[in-house]
Design a protein around this ligand. Structure first.
Ligand code: NAP
Length: 306
């Protein structure tokens, strides 16, 4: 007969491994299924300085690895595998991956979010050839070059600052006349003398030969067009929840977030959602970690009750 886990956690980011830590420490038979590498979106961040306990800050890759080790210390297992389907109704849930089928009494969805795209022509074909979604991963290719960052939130400004330390020139293109980013980021940006902000504007075209060599920017207020010669563009306009797999299985809101309250409970018994993939006010490492602990607690309660 097929092995039945107590808890299967889909996604090995901070929400996933915090759930794994709490579940395995409570004696539950726990499996984390991670597609690529542990740490989730944390691995895209150079320095995390708003997660308590690290007086000098820490990098996302190390923190992800430590979170995995903390959970595995209590017996949680990790499978590196891509989940391609789920069947979540009923007492025993099925999680299907490219190579196996897993069974569990409960499922905790911790799939996080993926970068939002501009949705303009040539964007997909130029990915990795001038179009990027992670400054901390790919910024090193742009030493002494010219780059464009798109967006006005904390990520865009953080990316622009990071790139300003590598690139010769950084253009920040934002569609409004004020940044959404918090004051600490805005103040630092003002001090970076190789960063210039293009307000009220959007990138409308990507220019390329074999790779990207410029962008066309349109002013939203007066339709004026400007061409910027650049070597790379970093799209930093937010994220979209990785909830595609769960459509039709659990309730999802109009923005694609899985509807779950502070307990992590979805509308399906024994199924929980934690971290950036669920409806919530603040998407941070610290709130994902908190979600994971709470969901594991309620998963345990559900298992005892059934
Ligand atoms: P965000 O806060 O949602 O900001 C997205 C930005 O992209 C906004 O400025 C938005 O413009 C712009 N935008 C959205 N769609 C666009 C489009 N199609 N074309 C052009 N611009 C577009 O996303 P984020 O910056 O990725 O941050 C996500 C979450 O992580 C936030 O809660 C943020 O605070 C958090 N975060 C925290 C830190 C930190 O504390 N260290 C660092 C990074 C991120 P509008 O302003 O006009 O809407």
């Amino acid at each position: 007969m097929k092995h039945i886990y107590d808890v299967i956690i889909i996604g090995g980011g901070p929400g996933g491994y915090s759930a794994a830590l709490y579940a395995s420490r409570a004696g539950l038979d726990t499996l984390v299924i991670e597609k690529f590498s542990v740490g989730g979106q944390m691995t895209l961040t150079d320095v995390i300085d708003n997660y308590p306990g690290f007086e000098e800050g820490t990098d996302g890759i190390s923190l992800g690895f430590k979170m995995q080790q903390s959970a595995e210390r209590f017996g949680a297992k990790t499978e590196y595998d891509e989940v391609v389907g789920v069947s979540l109704a009923g007492e025993i849930k099925t999680v299907t991956s490219v190579s196996a089928e897993y069974k569990s009494k409960t499922v905790i969805i911790a799939t996080g979010a993926n970068p939002r795209e501009l949705g303009i022509e040539k964007e997909t074909e130029l990915v990795g050839r001038g179009v990027h979604y992670c400054a901390h991963c790919d910024g090193r290719f742009y030493k002494d070059k010219t780059v464009v960052v798109v967006g006005g939130g904390n990520s865009a400004v953080e990316d622009a600052l990071y790139l300003s330390r590598l690139a010769k020139k950084v253009w920040l293109v934002h569609r409004r006349d004020e940044l959404r980013a918090t004051k600490i980021y805005r103040d630092s940006l003002l001090k970076a003398d190789n960063v210039e902000i293009i307000w009220n504007s959007r990138v409308t075209q990507l220019r390329s030969d074999k790779r990207l060599n410029g962008v066309q920017v349109e002013n939203i207020l007066n339709a004026e067009i400007t061409d910027i010669v650049c070597d790379g563009v970093f799209v930093s306009i937010g994220r979209k929840p990785a909830s595609e797999l769960f459509k039709g299985q659990v309730e999802i809101d109009e923005n694609g977030y899985i509807i779950a309250d502070e307990s992590g409970k979805t509308n399906v018994e024994g199924v929980f959602a934690v971290g950036d993939v669920r409806t919530k006010a603040l998407r941070q490492v610290v709130t994902a970690v908190s979600d994971g602990a709470t969901a594991a607690h309620f998963a345990e309660e559900y298992i005892i009750r059934n």
